[in-house]
Design a protein around this ligand. Structure first.
Ligand code: NAP
Length: 288
């Protein structure tokens, strides 16, 4: 990080909780590598205080901020402009403040796409399965639809929520969609890419997984878990044991931050810096 001085620009993250976030590490590391005089800090916003937080951001001249759970949808009401992708997903994770105007973006979908591409995945004509139907699942579904997949199956405990995503996809894109509960999983023959978007398996309850039936995992080519702690969830371990290629959520987290950084600072981060910072992040979180 630069030494903080009179020219240091402030960026941050608002959410609740924010105590375990890796975003300050990522943004301050990128700033150092790119020689940008800024500081990025988390802001714990109490429930019911989002309005005050946004007023403070405007008043203090903060140049940009990320938004995490539970404010990604609520923040949209406070923004002056929202880009198309964020509007479709229905969630904003990045805001850029330009001349007092708050402009909202969603970089989660792009972050996940870059992470998947780096793993060699392609989406054209593929069959996708999404486990879970919350905010992250919606970003995953829109990302897949925008990259020309053939079919998206959304599996969720509460089928109505899966149906809501299906309806949105049907309204906007031409592709086959299905919304089912976990007990209908045996209806599926083959899945090219399966995204695990529930919190099941996250540290410390690492024994949990939305699916325990080993037969399911034989159907997968790629298994992606949005969780990055632990580095290999039970879901990924089971998928790997059946021959699937696995990917955790650290790449998604990293590249959504990279995209936000590039929006705020109007820069393109060179590949060698991206690689170097990702290696550092892996070392910091997994000690490897
Ligand atoms: P969310 O909106 O709360 O949605 C959670 C989903 O998980 C819901 O569909 C919920 O089902 C399902 N679920 C929760 N507990 C379950 C259980 N016991 N059995 C079956 N299903 C269950 O959360 P989100 O914002 O989508 O985030 C989901 C996960 O993605 C979190 O682990 C988060 O950390 C991760 N994430 C990672 C990144 C990244 O950058 N790597 C970015 C965003 C999110 P119901 O609808 O039935 O309640």
């Amino acid at each position: 990080m630069h030494r903080i001085d009179g020219r240091t620009k402030t960026f941050g993250l608002i959410g609740n909780p924010v105590e375990h976030t890796l975003s300050p590490y990522i943004h301050n590391m990128l700033a150092k590598s790119m020689d940008i005089n800024m500081v990025y800090t988390p802001f714990h916003v109490e429930h019911g205080r989002l309005n005050d937080a946004i007023k403070a951001i405007r008043g203090l001249g903060i140049k940009g901020f990320n938004i995490t759970v539970p404010y990604k949808s609520d923040v949209m009401a406070y923004l002056d402009c929202i880009d198309d992708k964020a509007q479709i997903i229905g969630a904003v994770n990045t805001v850029h403040v330009i001349n007092g105007q708050l402009i909202g973006y969603n970089t989660d979908a792009d972050g996940l796409y870059i992470s998947c591409k780096r793993k060699g995945m392609t989406f054209n004509n593929k069959t996708i399965c999404i486990l879970g139907a919350g905010g992250a699942a919606k970003a995953v579904a829109i990302m897949c639809a925008q990259h020309n997949v053939d079919k998206i199956i959304i599996v969720n405990r509460t089928v109505d929520k899966a149906t809501n995503i299906k309806t949105k996809l049907d309204d906007l894109y031409t592709l086959e969609t299905k919304a089912i509960s976990y007990d209908k999983l045996n209806q599926i023959d083959h899945i090219d890419i399966c995204f695990q978007t529930t919190p099941l398996g996250m540290y410390p309850k690492t024994d949990r997984t939305p699916i325990r039936d080993q037969d399911f995992f034989h159907k997968l080519e790629y298994a992606i878990d949005l969780i990055y702690n632990p580095s290999e969830t039970r879901f990924l371990t089971m998928a790997k044991a059946c021959g699937a290629i696995s990917l955790n959520g650290l790449g998604m987290l990293y590249y959504q931050a990279v995209k936000a950084f590039e929006i705020w600072h109007n820069v393109k981060i060179p590949d060698h810096i991206l690689e170097e910072c990702l290696v550092n992040l892996n070392k910091m979180i997994y000690c490897k």
